[in-house]
Design a protein around this ligand. Sequence first.
Ligand SMILES: NC(=O)c1ccc[n+]([C@@H]2O[C@H](COP(=O)([O-])OP(=O)(O)OC[C@H]3O[C@@H](n4cnc5c(N)ncnc54)[C@H](OP(=O)(O)O)[C@@H]3O)[C@@H](O)[C@H]2O)c1
Length: 495
Amino acid sequence: MAQEQRLIFIIFGGSGDLAHRKLYPALFKLYVKGYLRQHFAVIGTARRQWSHEYFRQTVMESVVADIGDQEQIASFAQHFYYQSHDVNDAEHYIALKKLSAQLNDQYSAGNNQVFYMAVAPKFFGTVASHINSEHLLNEQGFNRLVIEKPFGRDLASAKALNDSISKTFAEDQIYRIDHYLGKEMVQALPIIRFTNPLLAAVWNNQYISNVQITLSETLGVGERAGYYETAGTLRDMIQNHALQILGLIAMDRPAEFTASAIHDQKSKLFSQLQLYSAEQVDQNFVRGQYGPDAKEYQQGYREADNVADDSNTETFVAGKILIDNDTWQGVPFYVRSGKRLRRKATRVDIVFKPEANNIFATKLAKIVRPRPVVLSLVIEPKQGIQLLLNATTPGNGLRTTLDELRFQPPAASLADSQEAYEKLLIDIVEGNQTNFTNWSEQYYTWRFIDRIRKRWDEVQPDFPNYCSNTFGPEASDQLLKKDSHEWIFGTDYLE
Ligand SMILES: NC(=O)c1ccc[n+]([C@@H]2O[C@H](COP(=O)([O-])OP(=O)(O)OC[C@H]3O[C@@H](n4cnc5c(N)ncnc54)[C@H](OP(=O)(O)O)[C@@H]3O)[C@@H](O)[C@H]2O)c1
């Protein structure tokens, strides 16, 4: 059984979509598993006037009862309190402080507080500065700030946001969410890399030809179009999720498995991303936007509600990233993410170089044609590891076939797997920052992304330029072809 944690959990935006769809179900899992038992309370805040009772009702409705019964859900909901609150009103923070102190006494919550920002990003700085000016931080116990993505929309705004929250919270109190870091297979990447000598030995430019990171979705923007118009795929997927996965794949071995050692290695790696000139952006990055699909009666991006008729927001990005260090010199890391693509997947395909000396290239064995060995780390939809290896088929002489070794966790253990928000909330209540991003990582990733964004803002794209149910614009395939590579996860190889 998990160790019980004592705390008051304050959610700004407690009536919103994220809170109801992700946070309350995940908090309930923590309750069922015993991380939260008697000594906790949750305060939901938002402008609308709700009673505690009404709030509890919405919480109960949002909790899927697959691991609890109605009685357990009702007793969980009794820990929830609602406080009507406008983030701009200083008086409201004083009322909130009072309620938090009262609940701390009532539940013996150890003077521990978590402040969770589930409001629009434009409010993050405002909330943090009011927490400071109205003295909401406890002197004893812990104070933790959880901040949702996006963390800024470029380096300047990320820096302004960071300066503003840093006036109230120290770096070791800040938990910046990137929910991909809560996915089980993403968390497994360091284990896979650093505990298997046969992988660790070949994890460098001597053996690896190229690395391909794909985050593809089949859905369009749907109801998130309004937000998407202000973001685009580069900001929404590449700056955070794709680069964080790249960081875990390419960082040096940390001296020990601690949050600070992992953050140091990822930061160092991100500081070594080759920064592109405008010309290099044109050569190495491709953007796309999906058009209408007449066959499937699906709208194009520009036809969606809240999207401008002439929108130039990208719904697809493919790029080649180079890392300036000895381990990865000359190895392209290709990243790709988009909407309305042919398959939903999050995966890393690591393509190995062919053996330099093909001893089978003789007259005698001229039919032996080894193909590239590929290690695939599949994060979603089914997590697992696949290895494509050259082998022979009995009865076929020396004719090579590409055989696949596949590891997929058994169904029973998959049934026990934890959703990203559950894992991240456990880390927050236990005070483990490993699976969150620190400021230095944000700084270097935005520095890299800003170059691309700046160039794209200067040049009109020719949108729409790809159809649904494909893998994006033709230029994405060309990007790899120029280097004599091809996407491993594509039309011929979908599993
Ligand atoms: N939804 C997701 O799946 C998701 C995924 C990743 C990241 N995020 C991030 O999570 C945050 C919340 O997103 P969301 O989708 O939950 O948004 P949402 O559904 O629009 O919720 C926003 C919340 O903020 C409250 N609010 C708005 N203005 C306020 C004000 N002036 N003072 C106090 N409260 C105010 C709203 O309630 P009232 O109107 O009653 O005030 C509501 O509770 C955003 O930063 C978003 O980028 C969301």
